[in-house]
Ligand binder design. Structure first.
Ligand code: C2E
Ligand code: CA
Ligand code: CA
Ligand code: CA
Length: 279
């Protein structure tokens, strides 16, 4: 584009500058927020579609700014990712989730995993396996109670390293789920070698289940793919009974979404599990 109109150029330039300023401002606020403990975790139950019981909870980060309003992780995680703040944040999330899981263990016999989302930079780190081991040891959380959610993009960034990391942690008892499955690109022959216990079908496909034949076909395909690879399949973002009925008929193993529960504070988790267990 040849810019002849000075004011247009200026406007365009300002937009970029504003955008950069906004990211810098957000990053500074986030840095201050970490020190002030403005970050917290919520937990969203994952439901076994056959028994109706809770088999896991996904830890989801929350950031409440000083003015009280919440910033979505879809907004601040990418900013933290590009500034490097993601490292201390991820370490905190991992520690907090494992620490919380140990606290639940001390309060009752309920057997469910806590799932933690891993960003690319933490996964890429040479000390990744050590960090997981150290966090489990420091918190006293059993490895079998921890699940790590990794996207196809993160996995395919370094397939060799991924395979090695997964195998090493899997041996300890840590399990893995592939997040947002279907939106990325991963080779099936490679996928077969990974010790992964679950595929999470992305919400985008679940949204279209009732109106869109293609989405229903994709969901069915992922479910049968998971079965033939010996993995369980979890549907994300389930909001309606119609979606649950589809998933039952397609023999999907697990589901997560507002239909069952929104992400909730840690102290609501055991009461929720005990309630669903009774009904
Ligand atoms: P994700 O891992 O795919 O998480 C699922 C997102 O969908 C969560 O949004 C969850 O609250 C939302 N969700 C669950 N069920 C429903 C539903 O029925 N309807 C709708 N509309 N939404 C539903 P959230 O918590 O805003 O997180 C967004 C993304 O931010 C996550 O996507 C994940 O990629 C990232 N994220 C969240 N917490 C962490 C974290 O601790 N570390 C890292 N690295 N990323 C995180
Ligand atoms: Ca996730
Ligand atoms: Ca997801
Ligand atoms: Ca997502």
């Amino acid at each position: 584009l040849k810019v002849q109109n000075g004011s247009y150029f200026c406007f365009y330039n300002n937009t970029i500058a504003n955008d950069i300023n906004a990211r810098v401002e957000m990053n500074n606020a986030l840095k201050a927020g970490i020190g002030r403990k403005d970050l917290s975790l919520n937990y969203q139950p994952q439901i076994d579609l056959q028994s109706g019981g809770v088999i896991g909870v996904e830890a989801l980060i929350r950031w409440q700014r000083e003015d009280g309003h919440f910033v979505s992780p879809d907004e601040f995680i990418p900013v933290a990712e590009s500034s490097g703040l993601i490292a201390p944040i991820s370490e905190w999330v991992l520690y907090e989730a494992c620490h919380q899981r140990k606290a639940w263990l001390d309060q009752g016999p309920e057997d469910f995993r806590v799932a933690v989302n891993l960003s690319l930079s933490i996964f890429k780190n040479d000390d990744f396996v050590e960090l997981i081991k150290k966090t489990l040891a420091d918190t006293g959380c059993r490895p079998g109670l921890l699940e790590l959610e990794v996207t196809e993009g993160v996995i395919m960034e370094n397939p060799e390293q991924t395979l090695q990391n997964f195998r090493e942690l899997r041996e300890l008892g840590v399990s893995f789920a592939i997040d947002d499955f279907g939106t990325g690109y991963s080779s099936l022959s490679y996928l077969r070698q990974l010790p992964v216990s679950a595929l999470k079908i992305d919400k985008a496909f679940i949204d279209g289940l009732s109106e869109n034949d293609d989405d229903a076909a994709i969901a069915r395909t992922v479910i049968s793919l998971g079965r033939s690879l010996g993995m369980k399949v979890l549907a994300e973002g389930v909001e309606t009974m119609a979606q649950v009925e589809f998933l039952w008929s397609a023999q999907c193993h697990m589901a997560q979404g507002f239909h069952f529960s929104r992400p909730v504070a840690a102290e609501k988790v055991l009461p929720f599990i005990r309630d669903t267990g009774r009904s």
